[in-house]
Design a binder for this molecule. Sequence first.
Ligand code: FMN
Length: 168
Amino acid sequence: MELFEALTSRTSAARVAAPGPSPEELARMLDAAAHAPDHGRLRPWRLIVLDDALRRAFAEAAIAGRRAREPASTQDQLRIEGEKIWRSPTVVIVGCAVDRNHPKIPEVEQVLAAGAAAENLMLAAHGLGYGAMWKTGPAAYDAGVKLAVGLQPTDHIVAIMYLGTRVK
Ligand SMILES: Cc1cc2nc3c(=O)[nH]c(=O)nc-3n(C[C@H](O)[C@H](O)[C@H](O)COP(=O)(O)O)c2cc1C
Protein backbone atom coordinates (compact mmCIF):
# COMPACT_ATOMS: atom_id res chain seq x y z
CA MET A 1 0.00 0.00 0.00
CA GLU A 2 1.29 3.44 -0.90
CA LEU A 3 2.34 5.50 2.13
CA PHE A 4 -0.17 8.35 1.84
CA GLU A 5 -2.95 5.94 1.04
CA ALA A 6 -2.09 4.00 4.21
CA LEU A 7 -1.95 7.15 6.34
CA THR A 8 -5.24 8.56 5.12
CA SER A 9 -7.25 5.33 4.87
CA ARG A 10 -6.44 3.96 8.35
CA THR A 11 -9.38 3.82 10.71
CA SER A 12 -9.84 1.90 13.93
CA ALA A 13 -11.48 -1.51 13.74
CA ALA A 14 -14.16 -1.53 16.43
CA ARG A 15 -14.38 -5.31 16.10
CA VAL A 16 -11.84 -7.82 14.87
CA ALA A 17 -11.97 -11.60 14.62
CA ALA A 18 -9.86 -14.58 13.57
CA PRO A 19 -7.75 -15.03 11.63
CA GLY A 20 -5.15 -12.81 13.21
CA PRO A 21 -1.79 -12.11 11.59
CA SER A 22 0.48 -15.09 10.96
CA PRO A 23 3.71 -15.26 13.01
CA GLU A 24 5.60 -13.88 10.00
CA GLU A 25 3.15 -11.00 9.55
CA LEU A 26 3.23 -10.22 13.26
CA ALA A 27 7.04 -10.20 13.17
CA ARG A 28 6.92 -7.64 10.32
CA MET A 29 4.50 -5.49 12.30
CA LEU A 30 6.71 -5.60 15.40
CA ASP A 31 9.75 -4.76 13.30
CA ALA A 32 7.92 -1.74 11.88
CA ALA A 33 6.94 -0.69 15.41
CA ALA A 34 10.55 -0.89 16.52
CA HIS A 35 11.56 1.56 13.75
CA ALA A 36 9.83 4.43 15.53
CA PRO A 37 11.74 7.65 16.12
CA ASP A 38 13.40 7.64 19.53
CA HIS A 39 15.41 10.41 21.18
CA GLY A 40 18.69 9.05 22.49
CA ARG A 41 18.20 5.56 21.07
CA LEU A 42 16.76 4.39 24.38
CA ARG A 43 14.26 2.08 22.65
CA PRO A 44 11.89 2.57 25.59
CA TRP A 45 9.02 0.64 24.01
CA ARG A 46 8.20 -2.87 25.10
CA LEU A 47 6.22 -4.87 22.56
CA ILE A 48 4.56 -7.66 24.48
CA VAL A 49 2.59 -10.22 22.48
CA LEU A 50 0.09 -11.84 24.81
CA ASP A 51 -0.05 -15.63 24.61
CA ASP A 52 -2.87 -17.43 26.43
CA ALA A 53 -0.99 -17.53 29.74
CA LEU A 54 -0.31 -13.79 29.64
CA ARG A 55 -3.91 -13.10 28.66
CA ARG A 56 -5.07 -15.11 31.67
CA ALA A 57 -2.66 -13.19 33.92
CA PHE A 58 -3.85 -9.89 32.42
CA ALA A 59 -7.51 -10.85 32.91
CA GLU A 60 -7.00 -11.88 36.54
CA ALA A 61 -5.13 -8.66 37.32
CA ALA A 62 -7.74 -6.55 35.51
CA ILE A 63 -10.50 -8.18 37.57
CA ALA A 64 -8.57 -7.65 40.81
CA GLY A 65 -7.91 -4.03 39.85
CA ARG A 66 -11.55 -3.39 39.08
CA ARG A 67 -12.59 -5.00 42.38
CA ALA A 68 -10.16 -2.76 44.28
CA ARG A 69 -11.19 0.41 42.43
CA GLU A 70 -14.90 -0.31 42.51
CA PRO A 71 -15.73 -2.68 45.37
CA ALA A 72 -19.43 -2.54 44.46
CA SER A 73 -18.79 -4.13 41.04
CA THR A 74 -21.19 -6.96 40.25
CA GLN A 75 -20.07 -10.47 39.23
CA ASP A 76 -21.21 -9.65 35.70
CA GLN A 77 -19.10 -6.50 35.56
CA LEU A 78 -16.07 -8.41 36.84
CA ARG A 79 -16.62 -11.17 34.29
CA ILE A 80 -16.81 -8.61 31.47
CA GLU A 81 -13.62 -6.96 32.75
CA GLY A 82 -11.85 -10.31 32.44
CA GLU A 83 -13.25 -11.03 28.99
CA LYS A 84 -12.03 -7.84 27.32
CA ILE A 85 -8.51 -9.07 26.68
CA TRP A 86 -9.86 -12.07 24.74
CA ARG A 87 -11.76 -10.03 22.17
CA SER A 88 -9.20 -10.32 19.36
CA PRO A 89 -7.06 -13.14 18.03
CA THR A 90 -3.88 -11.15 18.66
CA VAL A 91 -3.10 -8.62 21.37
CA VAL A 92 0.09 -6.60 21.63
CA ILE A 93 0.73 -4.48 24.70
CA VAL A 94 2.87 -1.49 23.84
CA GLY A 95 4.62 -0.57 27.06
CA CYS A 96 7.13 2.12 27.86
CA ALA A 97 9.96 1.29 30.26
CA VAL A 98 10.93 4.72 31.47
CA ASP A 99 14.47 5.67 32.47
CA ARG A 100 13.66 8.37 35.02
CA ASN A 101 17.28 9.12 35.79
CA HIS A 102 18.28 9.86 32.23
CA PRO A 103 20.30 13.09 32.22
CA LYS A 104 18.96 14.29 28.87
CA ILE A 105 15.77 12.59 27.74
CA PRO A 106 12.69 13.50 29.80
CA GLU A 107 9.99 10.95 30.52
CA VAL A 108 7.51 12.57 28.15
CA GLU A 109 9.85 12.03 25.20
CA GLN A 110 10.26 8.37 26.08
CA VAL A 111 6.49 7.94 26.24
CA LEU A 112 6.13 9.75 22.91
CA ALA A 113 8.60 7.34 21.33
CA ALA A 114 6.52 4.41 22.60
CA GLY A 115 3.42 6.11 21.21
CA ALA A 116 5.14 6.41 17.84
CA ALA A 117 5.91 2.69 18.00
CA ALA A 118 2.22 2.01 18.66
CA GLU A 119 1.22 4.09 15.64
CA ASN A 120 3.77 2.28 13.46
CA LEU A 121 2.28 -1.00 14.67
CA MET A 122 -1.21 0.14 13.71
CA LEU A 123 -0.14 1.32 10.30
CA ALA A 124 1.82 -1.86 9.65
CA ALA A 125 -1.27 -3.91 10.53
CA HIS A 126 -3.30 -1.76 8.16
CA GLY A 127 -0.69 -2.16 5.42
CA LEU A 128 -0.93 -5.93 5.74
CA GLY A 129 -4.72 -5.82 5.57
CA TYR A 130 -5.55 -6.29 9.26
CA GLY A 131 -7.76 -4.26 11.54
CA ALA A 132 -6.40 -2.71 14.72
CA MET A 133 -7.93 -0.98 17.71
CA TRP A 134 -5.80 1.04 20.14
CA LYS A 135 -7.24 0.97 23.64
CA THR A 136 -6.18 1.88 27.15
CA GLY A 137 -8.74 2.34 29.94
CA PRO A 138 -8.30 1.86 33.70
CA ALA A 139 -6.60 -1.56 33.32
CA ALA A 140 -3.75 0.09 31.43
CA TYR A 141 -2.97 2.22 34.50
CA ASP A 142 -3.25 -0.61 37.00
CA ALA A 143 0.01 -1.64 38.71
CA GLY A 144 -1.10 -5.27 38.98
CA VAL A 145 -1.86 -5.46 35.26
CA LYS A 146 1.53 -3.99 34.42
CA LEU A 147 3.26 -6.56 36.63
CA ALA A 148 1.18 -9.35 35.07
CA VAL A 149 2.58 -8.56 31.60
CA GLY A 150 6.16 -8.13 32.79
CA LEU A 151 6.31 -4.37 33.22
CA GLN A 152 7.15 -2.41 36.35
CA PRO A 153 4.43 -0.42 38.12
CA THR A 154 6.37 2.74 37.24
CA ASP A 155 6.35 1.84 33.52
CA HIS A 156 3.49 2.82 31.24
CA ILE A 157 1.07 0.83 29.15
CA VAL A 158 0.77 3.11 26.14
CA ALA A 159 -1.52 0.85 24.12
CA ILE A 160 -3.46 -2.36 24.36
CA MET A 161 -3.52 -3.11 20.65
CA TYR A 162 -6.22 -5.49 19.46
CA LEU A 163 -5.36 -6.99 16.07
CA GLY A 164 -7.22 -9.26 13.69
CA THR A 165 -9.44 -9.44 10.66
CA ARG A 166 -11.70 -6.42 10.56
CA VAL A 167 -15.35 -7.18 11.26
CA LYS A 168 -16.48 -3.57 11.82
C1 FMN B 1 -3.54 6.67 23.70
C2 FMN B 1 -4.90 6.29 23.17
C3 FMN B 1 -5.76 5.55 23.96
C4 FMN B 1 -7.04 5.21 23.52
N1 FMN B 1 -7.86 4.48 24.33
C5 FMN B 1 -9.10 4.14 23.90
C6 FMN B 1 -9.95 3.34 24.71
O1 FMN B 1 -9.60 2.91 25.80
N2 FMN B 1 -11.19 3.07 24.24
C7 FMN B 1 -11.63 3.52 23.02
O2 FMN B 1 -12.78 3.25 22.65
N3 FMN B 1 -10.83 4.27 22.22
C8 FMN B 1 -9.57 4.57 22.63
N4 FMN B 1 -8.75 5.32 21.83
C9 FMN B 1 -9.28 5.86 20.57
C10 FMN B 1 -9.34 4.84 19.45
O3 FMN B 1 -8.17 4.07 19.40
C11 FMN B 1 -9.52 5.55 18.07
O4 FMN B 1 -8.38 6.26 17.72
C12 FMN B 1 -10.69 6.47 18.05
O5 FMN B 1 -11.86 5.74 18.31
C13 FMN B 1 -10.83 7.22 16.70
O6 FMN B 1 -11.05 6.31 15.66
P1 FMN B 1 -10.13 6.29 14.37
O7 FMN B 1 -8.79 5.74 14.78
O8 FMN B 1 -10.87 5.44 13.40
O9 FMN B 1 -10.00 7.71 13.88
C14 FMN B 1 -7.45 5.62 22.23
C15 FMN B 1 -6.57 6.33 21.40
C16 FMN B 1 -5.30 6.64 21.86
C17 FMN B 1 -4.35 7.39 20.93
